[in-house]
Ligand binder design. Sequence first.
Ligand code: ZN
Ligand code: ZN
Length: 586
Amino acid sequence: MKKRILFYSLTLIVLSGCNSHNTTAEGSAGNDTLFNAFKERFMDAYWQANPSSAIYIGYRKYYDTLKIPDSAAFAGDVKFAKDYTDTLHTFNYDGLSDNNKIDYKILENQFASTAWYVDTFKQQQWDPSGYNLGGECYEIISRNFAPLNERLKILSKHLQHADAYYSAALNQIKQPTKEHTDLAIKQNEGALGVFDAGLTDSIKASSLTQAEKDTLQARVALTVSSIKNYVAGLTKILTDKSQPFRDFRIGKELFTQKFKYDLVTDITATDLFNKAEAAKNYYHAESYKLADQLWVKYCGTTAKPTDSLLLIKTVIDKIALHHATPQHLLDTAKKQVHDLEHFIVAKDLFNYDTTSALEVRIMPAFAAGVTLASASGTPVYSKKETTFYNVADLTHQPAAQSESSLREYNDYTLQILSIHEAMPGHCLQSVYSSNKSPDIIQAVFGNGATVEGWAVYCEKMMLDNGWANNSPEMWLMFYKWSLRECCNVIVDYGIQCLNYSKDDVVKLLKNEAFQEDAQIEEKYHRATVSQVQLCSYFSGATDILALREAYKAEQGSTYTLKHFHEKFLSYGAAPVKFIRSLMLKK
Ligand code: ZN
Ligand code: ZN
């Protein structure tokens, strides 16, 4: 879940029906040469127009610029997208290589969705959490892409107009939702931590000239006061009773459009919701068999409840008591990642490149408060940089709250989380898309459903290959985990399109997905500040598994799982349906 920060720029792809391509006189080889040159020109222009996104992606050329988010900038984004659509359409689609055909579609969809986000969805007006300099500055300070002095000089230039940035941001805000305003305040307060005494110490310890140090320190102070002004402005909006908030529910019409732009799948939102309901019933049936079998081991001679969901929950609750302490959570996750790395090599599941550094660390403060764990990928343009598996620090939480989180992420589910976030889920995928993917467009404009679908796909794939030795406890916890993934769809669609109340969500997640209170709170909160994203896990995994089965049938006796994995990951995070069109001969 690192993608919140990259929200506007990187997750927006649609399958559009544009078939009216102008044809040019180029032969097909020449067409590809021109198209490759076009991609390179476009990417550079894109990073110049989106310097903050460039920082996350590791494209260093424009690090020192900061885009001021005023109305002209948003209109400029739309014009940029429309101009590049026109250029794109001068290419003969049918004459392109398969790889460039995917890029063509990805770009076409990217441009269409940029215009939709600004002109129709208007998130820049009602979501104040889209404005935050903490994340990108943290990247400049903490990524070891250049010597400290050089990074501090970049930071100094990047921050020189921080005041203009935050006042333009406040100007954009029109009738925000209460939920996004709360989030923006919390995350911007968190961003203050990036500019605290630790940074001052780094500046002092550097060998910049005194004048350079003074300038940078003054700009840091300007940034801090600008963030505080922004937070004060938002707090004023929150307390102004005369202005109604916008409803955080976007409604079925916008949801359906966003679903199409973000997920790029043939299934409709309503069909996915129905599939998720069916999956929920299946997981209940499988869980019941295992819980029934484990009853005596965990509950002894206590009479079994007649309610099957209650029986499942009782056994799950007993198993969940086995968990790490807040003090040992990080070490436990570290050991799991180490063991998982050994496992995928021993089982020959990937050509794993052990020189790619994966570090398990405490989650940075500006990103904290949304999930227990997350992955921060290797920036696309930086080869061989560290990929991070971030684990929340629970040691400062009230005991009841951390206990609840740790039961949710107990000895079994924490392993599934480590598979999902780190190995071979998000972190491994990120290593592949930055170090091995042949195509920059596919690596940069990653599809959220492919990314989340991959991580979810890995969970069951690892258990199927013998991770945890077929332990019934692990499978029971896996079904519980999978209930969460299908319930993500039910909650998201339910809240946004069917007007589910908080009470509906709590009942569903507590009684039918067996979740802990802290987890339910977290999920409800997420479902109020995001839309469609919660559907990406189930949607992507379903599409990937279907592709694997079709690929296996086609390859026959030459099929290996490792070959499927290597080939699939070589496409970066392009939408699964585009990957499918290339991987299958048909
Ligand atoms: Zn080892
Ligand atoms: Zn994930």
